[in-house]
Design a protein around this ligand. Structure first.
Ligand SMILES: Cc1cc2nc3c(=O)[nH]c(=O)nc-3n(C[C@H](O)[C@H](O)[C@H](O)COP(=O)(O)OP(=O)(O)OC[C@H]3O[C@@H](n4cnc5c(N)ncnc54)[C@H](O)[C@@H]3O)c2cc1C
Length: 385
């Protein structure tokens, strides 16, 4: 049996950030990150990150950009499908970045400093006294579920696919454009395009990152997702915005938005972070920032603990609620309390204004500019002793 102080299941942004942050808070802890995949691995994602993520991770952007794609974003083109879009330039400083998840996640995992067990699935999880025994060969008093939406640790503590009412279903394709496709593509790298579905239940995007193009659509309603996607792709192709000859197939994935998730975040000796906990921002679906921030909060709470009862881990639950807010009773992602017909009418008019697309859609819904970045050294939560 190999003993650790913390075993993290999942080496995505949540898992690698927790391992990295624990090295600062508790350098003596023996940490294992276990993932069923070997890295670099792909993750279905548009690959858009906000500067708050770079700050929280203390990313050295010059180092990151060497040999990897880092597309600065200076604005967004936003519209409702079937209407003309509005383009806003937000100035010289990048308001976001485009990254490739295969590169980003690999970079974070490599630098986290923990022992890695890659290409290893969870086959069994058992309790032995106050320790977890994983696959009959690894033991730890603290088990972290960072395995994304289908995390086996989340399922083990009673939260998993099927136990929630509304998940986002999304499909995405990312590919390297040929020189001919690049020359013909009308989407600009520093101004990605966001196209909202006319029922406001989701949106599509076209992100250009250097010579890579990422196209996708996500909805909080997986009914006819393929039809919505096909309609969007055809419209974009008819307008010459994306190539007619897309290589490969769109890949699908699901995840929960914060306001609609009901996952228990802790139990005795166990915590969920990132998508396993259902933390993605409700309006934008941004999940990388909440994944990273939940990991930093988990590190602050557990850093100097040696036993991990549910009571002791309660300060993590409190910290998540303090950071991301109470979950509202209304399931309306826009937060507007209006009848559906009035909301759609209003939205279609507002989406054609620079003011609304800049200040509400971009600055509030997507960039969360009012929320200060969390950093690894931020004493936001009291560390329980
Ligand atoms: C189509 C799409 C587009 C998106 N676009 C964006 C975007 O542009 N920006 C943004 O911020 N967010 C985006 N998101 C959300 C974002 O991808 C997630 O919120 C984010 O990846 C969560 O990180 P995580 O570390 O919690 O989980 P993940 O990144 O999913 O990592 C989980 C890890 O756990 C491993 N794992 C899973 N099961 C097991 C198991 N049984 N045993 C061992 N290991 C396991 C997986 O291999 C994986 O490496 C998008 C999501 C989708 C579906």
């Amino acid at each position: 049996m190999k003993d650790y102080d913390v075993v993290i299941v999942g080496g995505g942004p949540a898992g690698s950030t927790l391992a990295w942050a624990l090295r600062r808070h508790a350098p003596d802890k023996r940490i294992l990150v276990l993932d069923k995949q070997t890295f670099p691995r792909d993750k279905t994602c548009a690959g858009w990150v906000t500067p708050a993520v770079a700050d929280a991770l203390q990313l050295d952007l010059a180092d990151y950009r060497s040999g990897r794609e880092l597309q600065p974003i200076h604005g967004f083109s936003i519209g409702m499908m079937g209407q003309t879009s509005v383009e806003n330039d937000h100035g010289v400083e990048p308001i976001s970045y485009g990254i490739r998840r295969c590169e980003f996640d690999h970079y974070l995992l490599q630098r986290c400093g923990a022992e890695l067990a890659l290409g290893q699935k969870i086959k069994s999880l058992n309790r032995d006294g106050d320790r977890w025994v994983i696959n009959d060969e690894i033991s730890s008093p603290l088990l972290i579920g960072a395995g994304g939406h289908f995390c086996p640790v989340a399922s083990h503590i009673g939260a998993g696919p099927g136990s929630h009412e509304i998940a986002v279903s999304a499909k995405e394709i990312e590919f390297k454009m040929t020189p001919e496709q690049s020359a013909a593509c009308r989407v600009q790298g520093d101004i990605p395009e966001l196209w909202f579905c006319d029922d406001l239940k989701g949106y599509a995007w076209v992100f250009r990152k250097g010579s890579y193009l990422n196209i996708g659509l996500g909805r909080e309603d997986n009914h006819k997702l393929g039809e919505h996607l096909n309609g969007f792709v055809s419209r974009m192709q008819d307008q010459g915005r994306i190539p007619n000859d897309l290589p490969g197939r769109f890949k699908g994935h699901a995840y929960l938005l914060y306001n609609h998730a009901q996952r228990p975040l802790t139990d005795d000796g166990v915590m969920l972070i990132g998508d396993a906990a259902g933390l993605a921002y409700t309006q934008s679906g941004e999940g990388i920032r909440p994944a990273v921030e939940s990991a930093l909060l988990a590190a602050q709470v557990t850093g100097n603990l040696t036993t991990y009862s549910r009571d002791k881990l309660q300060s993590y639950v409190d910290a998540i609620e303090a950071r991301f807010g109470d979950r509202p009773e209304s399931l309306d992602p826009t937060g507007f309390r209006l009848p559906a017909w009035a909301k759609l009418k209003l939205a279609s008019r507002l989406m054609q204004t620079h003011w609304f697309t800049r200040h509400v859609v971009t600055n509030r819904w997507f960039l969360h500019q009012e929320v200060e970045p969390l950093t690894a050294d931020d004493p936001t939560v009291a560390i329980a002793g």
